[in-house]
Design a protein around this ligand. Structure first.
Ligand code: UD1
Ligand code: CA
Length: 496
């Protein structure tokens, strides 16, 4: 027997109940499309080929499938005339010499399906001398499913679809999950013989069961307890239910791998996230995309991290981050916003109300408070003062700022890029740095402080401000002389 395996994934149906311009199988659950989950499971079989049957929105769906499985065979089903018609379309899309071995049929909308389940099912099918096998389940409410009919010997005799079932048959709770395995020779023989004389006027793949029996072949049933693995989402209510179930399974997996999840009810982790042992996730955490968290890191409460790498022992609090790298032992937040290509070195700090983008912040460097760091390179051990703006945009182009190793910049600085502050340099509070600062220099750009004595008494007469000043200054004779003439600023406040 050939050990060739073909997986056919059906995804041509419209999915109208989603009421969406996006095709049903493209709706995401746990960071992957529904069909993405199915293709991942299919790939774990290491099949010879994957054939996808596309119809509605075939360009969009086909392109998405090729992103995940570049060598997938695309079979276009122009009109959706039933599951047998769909499989026939797939069959015709592969060359005759490829129509050998085992053929597995799955649907594109069953995101909980696991590769391990498919693998067990295929092994089961190959070890039994049968024409085809059905992945079955027993469910509390069989509405909508094809029911498994058995003969006196308890062998599988047929599948009857809901719409064609007698009330007696409809009461059967053993159902066809939709996942089937065929001997290629049998499938090749049976496909042209399936008609559409039924309640829906469709070509039912499930008719293959009765046809196998008529030909004297046997059909095996492989029952799984975890029927949810084969459940599809037809509308957004089911999409949310399957999403919640998938999340529950993902969290359970990670807890069993040694991750502490304080509040599973408010923690959402995507399928492709990787977590090390002794990671702690506090309430309100969403880990999305290809996020990776290394051991002993603590994330949360209230963080959304997408495609972020969190190093060992790092601490991330109330942070929104995307495509960022947080070094080992670093601290981030609370209320930090890390935009793409932020790289924070080991033991570095991005503190409260800090936004970063396309910036490397070196090992041990700190941006503790209220700052915007865009297009910057901050050297090892540097400290950026509170309220600093890296002015990276001149209205036309973005430019870089470089801050040297162990530089100490003061509060409320503006770095007008492109500009470089040398290693070990320093700046004064409120400086606007437009020219490069040499290593070790102190740069001060704000002018010397001047006092317009008793200014409030003259310019703010009759206000509480003037009253307070007058009280503090004492009698007119005791007041200091106004050294500097009043500036020509009208009634505008001086110096903000
Ligand atoms: C099918 C099975 C039923 C099973 C149920 C499990 C048949 C006749 N019935 O019923 O026994 O219990 O699935 O969910 O096989 N599709 C195409 N092209 C088509 C028709 C369907 O690609 O022409 C795709 C759909 O997009 C969908 C899948 O095949 O992903 C199943 O089709 P659907 O019409 O939903 O079948 P059910 O009536 O649910
Ligand atoms: Ca269905």
């Amino acid at each position: 027997m050939s050990d060739d395996v073909t997986v056919i994934v059906l995804a041509a149906g419209g999915g109208t109940r989603m009421k969406s311009k996006t095709m049903k199988v493209l709706h995401p659950i746990a960071g992957r499309s529904m069909i993405g989950h199915v293709l991942h499971a299919a790939r774990q079989l290491e099949p010879t080929r994957i054939v996808a049957v596309v119809g509605h929105q075939r360009e969009q769906v086909g392109a998405h499938i090729e992103d995940i499985v570049p060598d997938a065979v695309m079979a276009v089903q122009d009109t959706q005339e039933g599951t047998a018609h769909a499989v026939r379309t797939a069959w015709e899309a592969i060359p005759a010499e490829a129509r050998v071995g085992t053929v597995v049929v799955a649907y594109g909308d069953t995101p909980l399906l696991e590769g391990e389940t498919l693998a067990r099912f295929v092994r089961f099918h190959r070890e039994s001398p049968v024409a085809m096998s059905i992945l079955t389940g027993v469910v509390a409410d069989p509405t909508g499913y094809g029911r498994i009919l058995r003969d006196e010997q308890d062998a599988v005799a047929a599948i009857v679809e809901e719409k064609d079932a007698t009330p007696e048959q409809a009461a059967i709770d053993e159902i066809n999950s939709g996942i089937l395995a065929f001997d290629a020779d049998f499938l090749d023989d049976v496909l042209p013989r399936i008609g559409n004389d039924n309640a829906k006027g469709e070509y039912y793949l499930t008719d293959a069961v009765a046809l196998a029996r008529e030909a004297g072949r046997t059909v095996a049933a492989f029952a799984i307890d975890d029927v949810m693995q084969t459940e599809g989402a037809n509308d957004r209510v089911q999409l949310a239910a399957l999403g919640a179930e998938m999340n529950r399974r993902i969290l359970e997996h990670w807890m069993r791998e040694g991750v502490t999840i304080v509040d599973p009810a408010t923690t959402w982790v995507d399928a492709d996230v990787r977590l090390a042992a002794d990671v702690t996730l506090l309430p309100g955490v969403q880990l999305q995309g290809a996020t990776v968290v290394d051991e002993d890191a603590v994330v949360g409460p209230d963080c959304t991290l997408k495609d972020v790498e969190v190093g060992a022992g790092a601490r991330v609090v109330r942070t929104h981050a995307e495509l960022a790298v947080i070094g080992a032992g670093a601290t981030v937040g609370p209320f930090a916003y890390l935009r793409p290509r932020t790289v924070l070195g080991a033991d570095g700090k991005i503190g409260a109300f800090v936004e970063t983008k396309n910036s490397e912040i070196g090992p041990g460097a700190k941006v503790p408070h209220l700052s915007y760091v865009g297009d910057a390179t901050i050297g090892e051990g540097a400290n950026i003062g509170a309220g600093t703006i890296f002015a990276n945009y001149d209205g036309l182009e973005k430019h870089r700022t470089t801050i040297g190793a162990h530089a100490k910049t003061a509060s409320n600085n503006t770095f007008v890029a492109p500009v470089t502050v040398g290693d070990g340099a320093a700046t004064g509070a409120g400086s606007v740095i437009r020219r490069d600062v040499p290593p070790g220099a102190l740069a001060v750009s704000s002018g010397p402080q001047r006092h317009y004595e008793a200014w409030a008494l003259r310019k703010r007469a009759g206000t509480k401000q003037a009253e307070a000043a007058e009280k503090a200054l004492g009698e007119p004779g005791e007041r200091p002389d106004g050294g500097t003439p009043d500036p020509d600023v009208g009634d505008a406040p001086v110096g903000g």
